[in-house]
Design a protein around this ligand. Structure first.
Ligand SMILES: Cc1cc2nc3c(=O)[nH]c(=O)nc-3n(C[C@H](O)[C@H](O)[C@H](O)COP(=O)(O)OP(=O)(O)OC[C@H]3O[C@@H](n4cnc5c(N)ncnc54)[C@H](O)[C@@H]3O)c2cc1C
Length: 432
């Protein structure tokens, strides 16, 4: 008996899971490989980082996902690809053969060579990043409470005024303004400083000017200090140095300014373009690789570049799976076309911006925020996660003034990045 063709999908994020879904009825055997046991819903990581959601709410076991689709799951880290022999090698030495390979491994932070950024900032790309950041934020607040004389302050800098930076800064502003009063009534909120630094002249650059202005006003109303046209020259353990040489205290710096493909991808011997993204042709096959597709954030079609967002990743994952089915039937592949349904970003409680493409429309405020909430619940994997997220977010935003955060650990889950020696007047030194 001949075996069904073997499709390997590496990466169980948006692109990989939608590719697996589209192959569930195809006459193929599918293996999913991911370095984690779970798939992470990145758009809600900032809620984990600010204590609104539990880490498990945004994670779904890849094993369960795969089992329901008659798909094999292997936990592993892709280390090398032999395109000629159609084999992949994992970091632990295991090797697997494939007929078709879909690469959907996403991206990570890009520091653009800024000195100290990699060592002295927190990221927000993985579930672990969100937990580490959350513990340091909450401990920062707690340290203020342990200092009733008010000798210390707590300065948080968010670098990058894209959707992630805006939602994080907005929620931190709300924590400072509303939650602290309930949880740490002895702390004067003016001892907490939330700063958002952006190199461009506006926040949320891909959005229409009206939505950008709304975003700015909403952040200002939450007490966020916005610095536009401001480049970060260097990040130190206790401060950031701006392009003009000015140094500003920063106990906790979060880097959301850009993404790039991890360095390890260069070892896969595939053609790479801007930001290290893997170059694909119109049908999403890797240039020069007959049987390899790249989809989601990691892929780049220079003729029709798609934004690095969840919707393009979902649509590309499905498209790659459909092309494999076409190839197995002996049919020609079809080019990928991204159907842009619109973009949205949230700022905080009952505050978001929605930019629809067809019909062209802009929505702000509570309606936009409810649309944001509904869409996120719809795309989360797993009913349990949908229910727990709905309950936790409802609790956070309804019981807002009463301190609606989830319980966090007693100690930071990981030491601060960079220099851990006591420094300056800032509270974080007491966490060393
Ligand atoms: C904080 C944050 C907030 C965001 N908010 C939004 C939003 O509101 N709306 C929106 O549209 N988009 C948002 N995005 C972007 C969106 O999450 C990404 O565009 C989307 O996740 C890309 O999907 P992907 O499948 O390409 O990669 P990912 O979802 O990143 O999945 C990649 C998978 O590959 C695995 N992996 C990586 N390397 C390897 C390897 N070597 N071997 C094995 N497995 C590997 C990872 O563990 C992961 O499971 C946000 C991103 C972040 C970081």
């Amino acid at each position: 008996m001949t075996q069904a063709p073997h499709v390997i999908i590496v990466g169980a994020g948006f692109a990989g899971t939608y590719a697996a879904d589209a192959l569930r009825k195809a006459p193929v055997q599918v293996t999913m490989i991911d370095r984690n046991l779970y798939s992470t819903f990145q758009p809600l990581l900032y809620q984990v980082a600010t204590g609104g959601l539990n880490p498990a709410d945004v994670a779904y076991p890849v094993g369960s996902f795969a089992a329901r689709r008659q798909t094999r799951y292997i936990r592993g880290d892709l280390a090398a690809i032999d395109a000629r022999a159609r084999r992949v090698k994992l970091a632990d030495g295991r090797e697997l053969g494939y007929n078709y390979l879909i690469i959907a491994t996403g991206v990570s932070a890009s520091y653009f060579g800024v000195p100290g950024a990699a060592e002295n900032t927190f990221g927000l790309y993985t579930r672990v990043d969100a937990i580490v950041l959350r513990d340091h934020i909450m401990n920062g607040f707690e340290q203020l409470s342990a200092d009733p004389e008010g000798r210390h302050e707590f300065a948080i800098t968010v670098v990058g005024g894209g959707p992630t930076g805006v939602e994080l800064a907005g929620t931190l502003g709300e924590l400072r303004r509303d939650m602290m009063r309930a949880t740490f009534p002895d702390v004067d909120p003016s001892r907490v400083h939330v700063r958002l630094v952006e190199m461009a002249p506006a926040l949320l650059m891909p959005f229409q000017p009206k939505l950008r202005q709304y975003t700015r006003k909403q952040l200002v109303a939450r007490g966020v200090d916005i610095r536009l046209n401001t480049r970060i020259r260097e990040v130190r353990p206790d401060s950031v140095v701006l392009g003009d040489g000015q140094s500003m205290p920063s106990d906790l710096t979060v880097w959301t300014a850009g993404v790039a493909v991890p360095q390890a991808v260069t070892g896969w011997n595939l053609p790479q373009g801007m930001g290290g993204r893997i170059l694909v042709g119109p049908d999403l096959r890797v240039r020069g690789g007959e049987a390899i597709f790249a989809v989601g954030d990691i892929a780049l079609d220079v003729e029709h570049p798609a934004p690095q967002l969840a919707q393009p990743a979902i649509q590309e994952g499905r498209h790659a799976a459909e092309q494999i089915i076409r190839l197995l039937r002996g049919e020609q592949t079809e080019p990928f076309r991204y159907h842009d349904k619109g973009t949205l970003a949230t700022i905080g409680r009952r505050s978001a911006v929605v930019q629809l493409s067809r019909p062209a429309a802009q929505i702000t405020g509570t309606a936009a925020w409810l649309a944001w909430l509904g869409l996120h619940l719809m795309y989360l994997l797993g009913n349990r996660n949908r229910i727990s997220t709905l309950i936790n977010l409802s609790w956070r935003y309804i019981a807002w003034g009463r301190g609606g955060s989830v319980i966090v650990g007693d100690e930071p889950s990981k030491p601060l990045p960079g220099d851990a020696r006591p420094r300056g007047r800032h509270v974080i030194k007491s966490l060393d």
